[in-house]
Design a protein. Structure first.
Length: 217
């Protein structure tokens, strides 16, 4: 599995998305912004589900802390907060705690806050938007390592993710090996195209039929 994670870390989101297309799978989510670092993140998913605070019994612990405690080095925490409430799903102390635990980064379907603090901690935060408003009295955690949704993609604990400046791409655990193989092949072919351009091959020839048919099944 360590080798798989190393390979995943070398794949960018575009190659992963192309591989999903080639295999007839889904998993790419756009519109999540890289807020605090310029790094790509990749790893195994731990999920957190947040919902509106309507007075129901909820976890007594601060949101996100269970996921941090359960994380293994290199894991990625993925948070769903789709209530429509402007309230942060992640913040600076969570970022520091996650970094000290070895978490690779966090992805938030919803708002995050303390962006400058997360940047100071050099901890990667990807989120739908940002805010200064606290979660207290607004949202609560209702589950850790439960199925969630990010964009229109269903995400389960133990899935895998690649996230960079272009998009977030989720890969089901049972599909990881074949998606990686397809993505690696696509990246190798694109590197060969780039080499051809550098050698002086006209771009109309490089970006011709071989490129257009690259994703055919």
């Amino acid at each position: 599995m360590d080798d798989i994670l190393v390979r995943l870390g070398r794949v960018d989101s575009c190659a992963a998305s192309d591989a999903l297309d080639k295999l007839g799978l889904t998993g790419a989510v756009t519109g999540l912004h890289r807020l605090s670092t310029d790094r790509r993140i990749a790893g195994r998913v731990i999920t957190v589900k947040l919902e509106r605070d309507d007075g129901r019994p909820a976890a007594s612990r601060h949101l996100g802390t269970t996921a941090i405690d359960e994380a293994q080095p290199g894991d990625v925490i993925v948070v769903e907060q789709r209530t429509g409430i402007d309230a942060a799903s992640w913040g600076g102390n969570l970022a520091l705690g996650a970094k000290l635990r070895g978490v690779a980064g966090v992805i938030v379907e919803g708002p995050a806050r303390d962006v400058d603090e997360c940047r100071m901690h050099d901890f990667p935060v990807f989120a739908r938007t940002h805010t200064a408003r606290t979660a207290r009295g607004r949202i609560v955690e209702t589950g850790t390592n439960v199925p969630i949704a990010v964009g229109d993609i269903r995400v389960s604990p133990g899935d895998y993710v690649v996230d960079d400046g272009s998009a977030v791409v989720f890969v089901g655990r049972d599909d990881l090996e074949r998606v990686l193989a397809a993505a690696e092949d696509i990246m190798a072919r694109e590197r060969a195209m780039a080499d051809s351009l550098v050698r002086g091959t006209p771009i109309k020839d490089v970006m011709g039929k071989s490129y257009e048919t690259m994703l055919k099944r």
